[in-house]
Design a protein. Structure first.
Length: 277
């Protein structure tokens, strides 16, 4: 496997981890930093005898080490610092690293996920959709966390009521597709923030309703016809205001946005809004 050359710039310097699929500890046996195809070169040949032995044992079982890109888009100096911090946090005694070592917000992903993300095909949205930007993005989080952080809590007007679907989007790429059943005042539906379990990082004691809104809906399966149209696709041209977490695929009259060849919206009231993302 290799990273396509067209995503090398987006990858920058990265931190990777190698996992033993037969080990139930969920800890990697090696953490390193690299650029371009360094992680794949390491799997072919390592200068660390202990790492080579672990990889050899895994392959003797007709299996392969699991590769995760923990963080990417770093400078060389940032990568050195991140590698040192990761090794220190995991504990050098738990790793096969010989030395202690010396960002992106798209974390803990497989190489294939990175390739798919940066090579996402651009699509035009044909449905009424509210686009919710999630940053950072970690695909390993529980689906309930993805759902709750996407559906709430947003300061929105009546335009939201026309949306049939909500997209969870990271860096312009659709990661989840939800159908919307109804909107409610924030804090009035069951939410992970209401769960006082000490392991729940989203718990908010005495949560106050703030005049925002949250929707109730459901995650659409990858096999759903709407998911097939948009999941994993780029919709960057719809993201007009970089600092705003919410965007739409339609105007105030409910008309689906139309674009010219320069990715300018043709049916935005009184204005042509330029593609800025």
């Amino acid at each position: 496997m290799r990273f396509p050359a067209n995503i090398h710039k987006s990858l920058g310097n990265y931190i990777y981890a190698l996992y033993d699929p037969t080990d139930n500890s969920e800890l990697p046996f090696y953490v390193g930093r690299g650029i371009k195809d360094r992680v794949f070169s390491h799997l072919k040949e390592s200068h660390n005898d202990q790492v080579e032995e672990i990889i050899k044992n895994i392959r003797s079982l007709n299996m392969q080490p699991v590769v995760k890109i923990l963080i990417h888009g770093l400078s060389s100096q940032e990568a050195k610092a991140a590698e040192t911090a990761a090794i220190a946090m995991l504990g050098k005694d738990n790793l096969a690293n010989k030395v202690k070592g010396n960002g992106s917000n798209f974390t803990n992903v497989s190489p294939q996920e990175l390739i798919d993300h940066y090579n996402a095909k651009e699509v035009t949205i044909k449905h009424k959709v509210i686009i919710i930007i999630r940053n950072p993005w970690n695909p390993d989080q529980p689906e309930r966390i993805h759902y709750d952080r996407t559906r709430s809590a947003w300061r929105l007007g009546k335009k939201k009521d026309q949306a049939d679907y909500a997209f969870l989007v990271h860096q312009g790429v659709v990661k989840r597709v939800y159908s919307i059943a109804e909107w409610f005042p924030d804090g009035t539906t069951f939410h992970t923030r209401n769960n006082p379990d000490p392991r729940n990082i989203d718990y908010i004691k005495d949560y106050k309703i703030r005049g925002r809104y949250e929707f109730v809906g459901r995650l659409l399966a990858k096999s759903h016809s709407v998911s097939k149209l948009y999941l994993g696709k780029s919709i960057r041209k719809y993201i007009r205001a970089v600092m705003s977490p919410c965007h739409y695929s339609y105007n105030n009259e409910g008309e689906i946005y139309k674009f010219n060849k320069k990715n300018e919206i043709l049916n935005f009231p009184w204005l042509i809004i330029k593609y800025i993302c």
